[in-house]
Design a protein around this ligand. Structure first.
Ligand SMILES: *[C@@H]1O[C@H](CO)[C@@H](O)[C@H](O)[C@H]1NC(C)=O
Ligand SMILES: *[C@@H]1O[C@H](CO)[C@@H](O)[C@H](O)[C@H]1NC(C)=O
Ligand SMILES: *[C@@H]1O[C@H](CO)[C@@H](O)[C@H](O)[C@H]1NC(C)=O
Ligand SMILES: *[C@@H]1O[C@H](CO)[C@@H](O)[C@H](O)[C@H]1NC(C)=O
Length: 198
């Protein structure tokens, strides 16, 4: 379906390959599990941590940016990596939604993580999970809390610019609107403050 489509990001290209292999799952009842890659890619967390530490040497904002990238991915029809998809004949990228345009960043680091993971365990870790792990590791490396992140997401093959524009928090939103948008995805005021901080 998306084979041959032209995407800019390495993650998106590999996503196309995964879909061609029939690994894409939509609407399935698959359960996420923090041990999802224990057998297939046991070094996944270590590899992400290594690449992020390296990226942080040149870019002090990267941990916050990657946390925000996961958050801006998840607000729009779930944590499916759709924020990574570039414009193509079938996709209108979410990167140019007002809350993302010129502020969503860290894409090259996501590609670096994916490349390192492909070397260690080819074709195993989804780009959506790369974002989830990168956010978790970023919080950890910033001195924040640790948690076990459930894994096993499949990558989406569609983006929704309209949804990105309407669902993501905007600097123009008042508090009531912001609380409503976070509540819509099951997040509370503490989440609102923490994520707004990124
Ligand atoms: C991608 O498409 C959107 C919507 O049509 C447009 O606003 C944006 O400029 C395009 N970006 C690039 C890099 O082509
Ligand atoms: C995105 O940013 C570019 C560069 O600042 C600007 O030209 C473009 O109009 C913006 N697009 C949207 C949809 O706001
Ligand atoms: C995109 O998002 C809008 C607004 O949330 C929604 O009405 C529309 O059905 C979505 N389109 C697709 C193809 O999912
Ligand atoms: C907040 O914004 C919403 C949507 O724009 C508006 O309907 C509402 O009246 C505003 N609430 C306050 C307290 O300003």
């Amino acid at each position: 379906m998306v084979r041959g489509a032209h995407y800019g990001g390495a993650c998106a290209v590999l996503l196309a390959a995964a879909v061609a292999l029939g690994l894409g799952v939509r609407g399935g009842a698959a359960q996420l599990d923090d041990k999802f890659y224990d057998g297939s890619c046991p070094g996944v967390h270590k590899i992400v941590r290594r690449v992020l530490r390296e990226a942080h040497k040149a870019d002090a904002r990267i941990y916050a940016s990657l946390t925000r990238l996961h958050f801006h991915d998840c607000f729009v029809q779930g944590c499916d990596g759709s924020i990574l998809l570039d414009n193509s004949t079938s996709i209108v990228s979410e990167k140019y939604a007002k809350p993302n345009n010129n502020s969503a960043r860290g894409f090259t680091v996501v590609d670096d993580v994916k490349a390192a993971l492909e070397k260690a365990c080819p074709g195993v870790v989804s780009c959506a999970d790369v974002l989830a792990i990168a956010a978790k590791v970023s919080v950890e490396l910033s001195g924040g809390p640790r948690w076990r992140v459930p894994l096993g997401r499949r990558d989406g093959t569609t983006a929704n610019l309209t949804a990105a524009n309407s669902l993501l928090p905007s600097p123009r939103n008042n508090l009531t609107m912001l609380q409503r948008k976070f509540a819509a995805v099951g997040l509370d005021d503490t989440d609102l403050v923490a994520l707004s901080g990124t």
